[in-house]
Design a protein around this ligand. Structure first.
Ligand code: NAD
Ligand code: ZN
Length: 341
């Protein structure tokens, strides 16, 4: 089959013919229809320090996808040929304390699809049946292809109640923009999103934020004044990984505010802990999606009118993957989809 392979210990990604993955008795084999490019894929392409430490070449990469089941293992009775599905990108051990307690997203031995095991930038992918999420066949297939990052957005946005609250999101990347849409759907009052990139601020405006601001031009205290806010934001979602953005967020939260942190800083970052302590802030780290409550929430919010489709801005055939990676790298994109049909 054709696949995008990190086959060499250097910068780049290569379209190659590789063996189709073999299916075990508890597995499901899926023909990939569409896949999303993630920032992680970009790190692997660019072969940065993290990628060099983490990836064992050769590896088929990619983890955001939608596809159609073509075969199921002999133990599998809940899934059938022809069903439209996505895969949860973390394969968990099933035996650690958290897995046994049903908190699979907290597994101590999780393996990443397209990071630690073969991924979805391929004609076929095989996953354990416990990682399969079945879609309504009527779902928008591009939206289904990005359930993985949509899940990051939903996991973060629903970490703390937002009904009636003033929400600050730092970073209007695809995930920040989807989180803004979720906060709107969930009844937040003001939703302010920050970014330095005008393309992304414009994208955020399409999903109904109250204000999309470049903090270098409009400070957050000015934003608060403009909106008639007096005590700071109630809920923060850090989605930039930027220490500058995070410190700015901390300085503009209300006493007792809650912050969910998804953005991954590139190194250690110092903050004013007095702010956290004396304002009694709650900081919560977010990783992946809850298995499978986040998937359930994604599905039912789409069914009740949430629209995240504006975040998908580019589509390419898989053979043109270089263009897809290039537009991602430029920052002038939302989600980029590769077609595998
Ligand atoms: P992205 O890199 O596309 O978006 C980050 C955005 O932050 C960019 O648009 C960038 O311009 C903006 N930004 C940079 N500096 C800023 C500043 N000072 N103020 C405001 N905005 C600033 O990433 P994404 O795909 O949307 O993901 C968001 C973050 O979440 C990334 O850090 C990513 O690594 C991380 N992530 C975490 C998980 C997890 O499980 N924890 C999963 C996926 C992604
Ligand atoms: Zn486990």
């Amino acid at each position: 089959m054709k696949a995008l392979v990190k086959s060499r210990d250097s910068r780049g990604l290569w379209l190659e013919d590789v063996k189709e993955p073999e299916i075990g008795i508890n597995d499901v084999k899926i023909r990939v229809l569409k896949a999303g490019i993630c920032g992680t894929d970009l790190h692997i392409y660019d072969w940065d320090d993290w990628a060099q430490k983490t990836i064992k070449v050769p590896l088929v990469i990619g983890h955001e996808f939608v596809g159609e089941i073509v075969e199921v293992g002999s133990n599998v009775s809940d899934f059938h040929r022809g069903e439209l599905v996505s895969g949860e990108g973390h394969v968990v051990c099933g035996r650690c304390r958290n897995c046994l307690a049903g908190r699979r997203h907290l597994c101590a031995h999780t393996k990443g699809v397209g990071v630690n095991r073969p991924g979805a930038f391929a004609e076929y992918i095989v996953l354990p049946m416990t990682n399969i999420w079945k879609h309504d066949p009527k779902i928008n297939r591009e939206v289904a292809a990005i359930f993985d990052p949509f899940g990051n957005a939903v996991h973060t946005a629903l970490s703390f109640p937002v009904l009636g609250e003033d929400v600050l999101i730092t970073g209007a990347g695809p995930i920040g923009v989807m989180a803004a849409a979720v906060a709107r759907h969930s009844g937040a009052r003001h939703i302010v999103i920050t970014d330095l990139n005008p393309y992304r601020l414009a994208l955020a405006e399409k999903v109904g934020v109250t204000l999309a601001v470049d903090p270098r031009k409009t400070s957050l205290p000015d934003v608060q004044k403009k909106l008639g806010m007096h005590e700071g934001f109630d809920v923060g979602m850090e989605m930039s990984g930027s220490p500058v953005a995070f410190r700015d967020m901390l300085a503009n939260m209300s006493h007792g505010a809650k912050i969910a942190m998804l953005g991954i800083p590139s190194s250690e970052m110092a903050i004013d802990w007095h702010r956290v302590i004396f304002s009694m802030l709650t900081l919560k780290g977010i990783y992946g999606r809850e298995m499978y409550e986040t998937w359930y929430k994604m599905t039912v919010m789409l069914e009740s009118g949430l629209d995240i489709s504006p975040v998908i801005t580019h589509r390419f055939a898989y053979t043109d993957f270089e263009q897809g990676f290039e537009v991602m790298r430029s920052g002038n994109s939302g989600k980029v989809i590769l077609n595998w049909q």
